[in-house]
Design a protein around this ligand. Structure first.
Ligand code: THU
Length: 132
């Protein structure tokens, strides 16, 4: 699979980040089953814990536009090495996007791809809610 465009969109999405406090820009781009792309960037609040990561913003944008099936997500940051989604975002990707390719990008635009379940093994799933 060629993720060149998705990677470019994630890098571009960093520009719209609002990292007022951390100054750490993150961009994400989510690819739907029918090849639409939804982007997201991190947005911070003065009440720090209300901050929303780029990945979850991309997922929630797509979901609230009616999308339900996804193929891949690319994530870009200002890190020298590959940026990797935080634990909270891994849970949301697992719940709402399922087993997709997650493309992590470094400062030279090299990419490293892992499946959701590789980033979040033994994930808590909605099935678990009924397993009591
Ligand atoms: N951040 C993301 O947007 N995605 C990640 O995967 C890691 C962290 C944001 C949250 C916060 O605005 C800033 O980066 C520093 O943690």
């Amino acid at each position: 699979m060629d993720y060149t465009l998705l990677v470019e969109k994630a890098i571009e999405a960093k520009k719209n980040a609002l990292p007022t406090y951390s100054k750490f820009h993150v961009g994400a781009a989510l690819l739907t089953e029918d090849d639409k792309i939804y982007t997201g960037s991190n947005v911070e609040s003065s009440s720090y814990s209300l901050t929303l990561c780029a990945e979850r913003n991309a997922v929630f944008k797509a979901i609230t536009e009616g999308e339900r099936k996804f193929k891949a997500m690319a994530v870009a940051g200002d890190t020298i090495g590959f940026i990797s989604p935080c634990g909270a975002c891994r849970q949301v990707i697992s719940d709402l996007c399922g087993e997709i390719d997650i493309i992590m990008i470094d400062s030279k635009k090299n990419t490293k791809i892992h499946k959701t379940s590789e980033l979040l093994p033994f994930a808590f799933k909605d099935d678990d809610l009924n397993n009591k």
